[in-house]
Write a protein that binds this ligand. Structure first.
Ligand SMILES: [Fe+2]
Length: 435
């Protein structure tokens, strides 16, 4: 769930120089994301699902120190033998660990002490890299991918934390927010314009390949490639917008039990849900503090239950993950609104009016598919194999990445997953229908 440390990179060749460069850039971005935070900001934990920013910085460092340096760099000594207990997330093979829900009580080591540890591990890894065996290079690649996942979690966790504060503090100020919007606007030609009308785009049908087959990294849950059968269907040209969500609310969507799955309705009643997370009195909380809701931007921070209820209200359904993947296979996974530099990530309106828009970036898209293994799935051996397989229970797949996903991290076969009530990630929905 909140800590992704999947296994099985499939890359055959990993040039040292490229790996060293990407390692350094990834480690740098994590520090940049935490740069606006005080030690107190970085140490607090808003809920059990979220982790302190300082913990993310430390845990990703533990990963490299443990699985690369400790296991593969001769003569390396662990920086502080007390840290593995604090910063192991859930690896049973690595022994006991500090309770997840109590990570916010770790006021020591300080943020600065964690930064010192990071620098130590970074220098040791860069020094060891040229002489490491290929297996260790693949673990460095895995560590980079792992840290990118935690960068997104760091952003969404700090957003959730700051949203609890009645002062409504901004991680980045409105100037940065405006600059981010302008930057995306320049790329998409759209941000302040209304999103185009939603259109239906016919999807592939028949037998299609699903799963990762190309060169390059993939997590084990994307493997092996297999054949799936798609029945006639269409996908919406873009995700559901805030304006469309406001219409759902105005039509009594949150008060109409017939639209909801039984578990979803129980959740709505128990939690008093009546809008996406972070919406209050016509405004929304963002990483730049409280801001107006842009009706043309994709709705974000909705649960699977809400996505499903909206689809029922709209006379549609959620796409399956296979329908989504077949449609995304021909698109550029580097496109769309994704995270390039530290700043207040926030989904913006789609630009253009042709084809499928915002498949990559902007918001993760809930699918109707349970997160389960593909036929022939085999977890990687050893501790790093603990990640994916053991979480394949009770969660649903999301596709496509978000505005908080580091660019270059996602691909058409990428499978994210969360429990159906969770919505503190940048989660949205694209409709589908049978033809
Ligand atoms: Fe992790």
């Amino acid at each position: 769930m909140a800590s992704r440390t999947d296994a099985s990179p499939t890359t055959d060749t990993l040039p040292h120089a490229d790996l060293a460069r990407r390692f350094a850039a990834t480690r740098r971005l994590s520090l940049d994301l935490a740069a606006p935070l005080s030690d107190a900001d970085a140490s607090a934990q808003s809920m059990a699902d979220a982790s302190p920013a300082k913990w993310h910085l430390a845990h990703t460092t533990w990963f490299f120190e443990t699985f690369v340096l400790r296991d593969h760099a001769p003569g390396y000594h662990v920086f502080d033998t007390r840290y593995p207990y604090l910063f192991n997330s859930y690896y049973e093979a690595e022994g006991p660990r500090h309770t997840r829900a109590r990570r916010g009580l770790l006021t020591r080591p300080s943020l600065d002490e964690v930064r010192v540890w990071r620098a130590h591990v970074d220098a040791a890894l860069q020094s060891a890299l040229p002489d490491l065996p290929r297996a260790a290079h693949m673990l460095v690649e895995l560590g980079i991918q792992h840290e990118q996942q935690h960068q997104e979690l760091l952003l969404t966790d700090i957003k959730h934390l700051f949203a609890q504060n009645p002062l409504g503090p901004a991680v980045w100020d409105e100037t940065a927010f405006a600059s981010e919007v302008a930057q995306f606007s320049a790329v998409s030609g759209s941000a302040s314009e209304a999103a185009g009308a939603m259109r239906w785009v016919k999807g592939a049908e028949g037998i299609v390949p699903i799963g990762h087959a190309a060169d390059g990294f993939a997590f084990d849950c994307e493997l092996p490639q297999f054949s799936a059968l798609l029945t006639p269907h269409a996908l919406a040209s873009r995700p559901v917008t805030n304006g469309e969500w406001q219409a759902f609310i105005a039509d009594g969507g949150y008060h109409t039990p017939s639209l909801w799955l039984s578990d979803g309705w129980a959740w709505v009643e128990a939690e008093g849900i009546d809008a996406p997370l972070y919406w209050r009195e016509g405004r929304q909380f963002t990483l730049a503090g409280w801001q107006p809701i842009d009706p043309a931007a994709p709705v974000a921070h909705i649960s699977f239950y809400e996505a499903d209820a909206f689809a029922s209200w709209a006379g549609a359904r959620l796409p399956t993950e296979f329908e989504w993947e077949a449609a995304a296979a021909a698109l550029d996974p580097l496109g769309g609104q994704q995270l390039d530099v530290a700043g207040p990530a926030q989904p913006e309106a789609a630009g253009g009016d042709t084809g499928l828009q915002q498949m990559f970036g902007s918001v993760w898209e809930w699918t109707g598919s349970a997160y389960r293994p593909y036929p022939g799935f085999r977890p990687a051996p050893g501790a790093v194999g603990e990640y994916n397989g053991k979480f394949m229970s009770g969660q649903f797949v999301l596709r496509g990445g978000s505005c908080a996903t580091p660019r270059g991290h996602v691909r058409a076969s990428y499978r994210n997953f969360f429990y159906p009530h969770q919505r503190w990630q940048f989660t949205g929905v694209r409709l589908a229908k049978d033809l």
